[in-house]
Design a protein. Structure first.
Lengths: 476, 194
């Protein structure tokens, strides 16, 4: 049976942002059904559906909701619409075409968690989306879907849109909470987790736009339909984004578990590469999740997966589990960007490293300095002054920052380490070749010119070094 | 995203810049009932100030601090964190070009170079006639239309170097084509950068 689009079913429908069109297609019946259930039954349903968060971490939404303290008086729901992970745009597509689906999801999630006020944290650059969403919200208020005694159930919910102002880190849940409170978007140390003490020091749920937009369909179509979609541990529909030099860049909906090759070459998806080029690399889940090798590399022998060998990795299944076999951090946002064969990986590395260096909020030393250091090294390599040692240095830095080695407050440096480390490890041959092609002595001249302290001290400090063929050697 | 320190006692009256009108202050007050604390209305207040004054001037920061019962330093602390807010005058229209990976792969670098050449300014500068300011931002979340460019509120998609003349010549190149809600006004465009 062909898959029927649900999240994107109104894309292309004229006037799809209006309440009338949404209602004509069964809109808000899911919410009406939810309001007849008990909140705890709803949480149980979402738990059984194993609805995993679409915002990046993939944490089951039902489980998150059940962490809320039982005796709470006030609960806040924060909707994470701060979509800033390059190259993700599925939340934007959803808000552009179907704002009421999100609002219905908010109503359902709000009722399940007994939320009193919901805030939609919309990123600052979404100007058009703000007005679309605000008008949809006004319409929903007027129709009685928000406010007091919603649909006669006795449940009250207020919903406001809060505009951000251009900071990636405000997508991190505690950064978002701080920003909503009118402060710098500095993530908080966890625990306490937001479910216990979050916004205005009250229990708070933070969920992504797409996670919430799934809820109306789960209610109207039922658990069985939901569990029939996807792979073992990843259930439900997902919006996949594909961008870069493919024939049909865009956002496409599919059940969780298509392969990366399908996403790039499938006729229903990316439609192949422009000009018949080959894929050198692809970042399949947003930049932070790391990189896969493309079909420029030979195919692996059937049945083997070994990220240490230079094989084509496009057969990676984009669900929450399979990606880890390819040394990726996770599924992330399932937004892929394709790097064509004629691009220089040094440029890619500079672009990626710059993003994290500029977006680190600066609270934690390892993150602030590590991301900047990686950016400087990447820039130096691009300028034609790389050293072989830099490749090992990049790997070493990336393994010593982030939450996993326990060096930071939030997950941004993990997201910075992964693409840099996987790019260096998986494309090492290319980097080595570029360094070998450099003008001799370039590395040494450059290191003298630029900030010595930043480049030399941490590795070469106080030790005698000799310099041969682009690399510094230290006596043992 | 770094701190900027200013000794408030030594700032001359004329360097404080323009302030907020009572209409703008009322708009800010309308946001207060949404949140349990006054401070939470700071981001909406700064948006309103930037749209009304053109940037977040020191005088506007003081007024907002008074409205929200905060120390002025707390307001500046927040202003300096977010890249959307300008603390110095900018042009009538701000061009924000995306510099993230997809846009760069699709030719964003050439668009930036062409823009700089055409306007005769570099990033974070304003043209002498006060018309355009230029900056780059991380991903604008419209990667299927790369390269993207935001002029004030309007997103221009799939921008090619050849299109720049046409886009810049269009007088309404910064206006939204969707119906607005009246919570936030469009940035004023009748002011000039000094
Ligand atoms: C640095 C960083 C940036 C993030 N940015 C976003 C974002 O832009 N949008 C989003 O939905 N989640 C983002 N997240 C994930 C959130 O912290 C959180 O996991 C998510 O909003 C939870 O919602 P979900 O369970 O529905 O996925 C980010 C996380 C980190 C560490
Ligand atoms: S890890 Fe980085 S982004 Fe996260 S809180 Fe620390 S400094 Fe900020």
């Amino acid at each position: 049976m062909p898959f029927e689009r649900v999240l994107m079913k109104h894309v292309g429908v004229p006037n799809s942002t209006s309440l009338a069109v949404y209602q004509a297609d069964g809109g808000y019946t899911g919410a009406a059904r939810a309001l007849r259930m008990k909140p705890d039954e709803l949480v149980e349903l979402v738990k059984q559906a194993n609805l995993r968060g679409r915002g990046g971490a993939g944490f089951p939404a039902g489980l998150k909701w059940s962490f809320l303290p039982k005796d709470r008086k006030i609960t806040y729901l924060c909707v994470n619409a701060d979509e800033s992970e390059p190259p993700t745009f599925c939340n934007r597509v959803l808000i552009d075409h179907d704002p009421h689906m999100l609002l219905e999801g908010i109503l359902i999630a709000g009722y399940a968690t007994r939320t009193t006020v919901a805030y939609i944290y919309l990123r600052g650059e979404f100007m058009e989306q703000f007005h679309v969403l605000q008008r949809a919200l006004d319409e929903a208020y007027a129709a009685g879907y928000f406010g007091r005694n919603i649909l006669g159930s006795g449940y009250d919910l207020e919903c406001y849109i809060h505009r951000g102002a251009g900071a990636y880190i405000c997508g991190e849940e505690t950064g978002l909470i701080e920003s909503l409170e009118g402060k710098r978007g500095w993530p908080r140390i966890k625990p306490p987790f937001p479910a216990v003490e979050g916004l205005f020091r009250q229990p708070t749920v933070v969920n992504n736009v797409e996670t919430l937009a799934c809820l109306p369909h789960l209610l109207t179509r039922g658990l069985e339909w939901w569990l029939g979609l996807g792979t073992a541990n990843s259930k439900g529909p997902k919006m996949y984004c594909i961008s870069g030099p493919v024939n049909r860049p865009g956002c496409y909906e599919a059940p969780l578990g298509i392969t990366c090759r399908e996403l790039i070459y499938g006729d229903d998806f990316g439609g192949g590469m422009r000009g018949g080029k080959k894929v050198k690399a692809v970042f399949p889940g947003g930049l932070s999740m790391g990189v896969l090798r493309g079909d420029l590399f030979p195919r692996a022998p059937a049945g083997t997966i070994d990220p240490r060998q230079d094989y084509d990795e496009l057969d990676c299944v984009l669900d929450f589990d399979d990606v880890r076999k390819y040394d990726l951090l996770g599924l992330g946002t399932a937004a892929a960007v394709v790097v064509p064969e004629d691009a220089d990986m040094r440029d890619v590395l500079v672009n990626v490293a710059r993003f994290y260096a500029l977006e680190s909020c600066g609270q934690c030393t390892h993150c602030r300095e590590g991301t900047t250091w990686m950016y400087k090294i990447a820039q130096r390599m691009r300028a034609g002054a790389g050293r072989l040692l830099d490749l090992d240095l990049l790997v070493e830095i990336s393994q010593n920052m982030g939450m996993m080695p326990g060096m930071s407050i939030c997950g941004l440096p993990d997201g910075a380490a992964w693409p840099v480390r996987t790019a260096v490890q998986k494309f090492r041959r290319e980097f080595e070749r570029r360094i070998a092609e450099q003008e001799p002595e370039a590395a040494r001249r450059w290191t003298r010119e630029v900030n010595r302290a930043a480049y030399e001290l941490p590795v070469l400090q106080g030790r005698e070094t000799t310099y041969v063929g682009g690399t510094f050697y230290q006596p043992p | 995203m770094s701190w900027r320190t200013i000794d408030r006692r030594t700032v001359a009256e004329e360097d404080l810049g323009p302030g907020l009108s009572t209409a703008a202050e009322d708009k800010i007050r309308a946001f207060l009932p949404r949140y349990p604390t006054k401070r939470a209305a700071l981001l909406p207040a700064l948006h309103i100030a930037q749209d009304a004054v053109g940037y977040v001037s020191l005088r506007a920061m003081r007024q907002i601090a008074e409205l929200l019962e905060l120390p002025p330093a707390a307001v500046m602390d927040v202003v300096s964190f977010y890249t959307h807010f300008w603390t110095h005058p900018k042009g009538r229209k701000t061009i924000v070009l995306c510099r993230s990976l997809t846009c760069e792969l699709m030719g964003g670098g050439a668009v930036l170079a062409a823009l700089e050449a055409r306007l005769g300014i570099r990033e974070h500068q304003t043209t002498p006639d006060g018309e355009y300011s230029l900056m780059t931002e991380e991903c604008l979340a419209a990667c299927e239309h790369a390269p993207c460019m935001l002029i004030n509120e309007k997103l221009h998609k799939c921008v090619r170097v050849e299109d720049l003349d046409r886009i810049l010549a269009e007088p309404a190149n910064d206006k939204l084509d969707v119906a607005r809600s009246n919570l936030f006004d469009a940035p004023t465009s009748d002011r000039r950068a000094p």
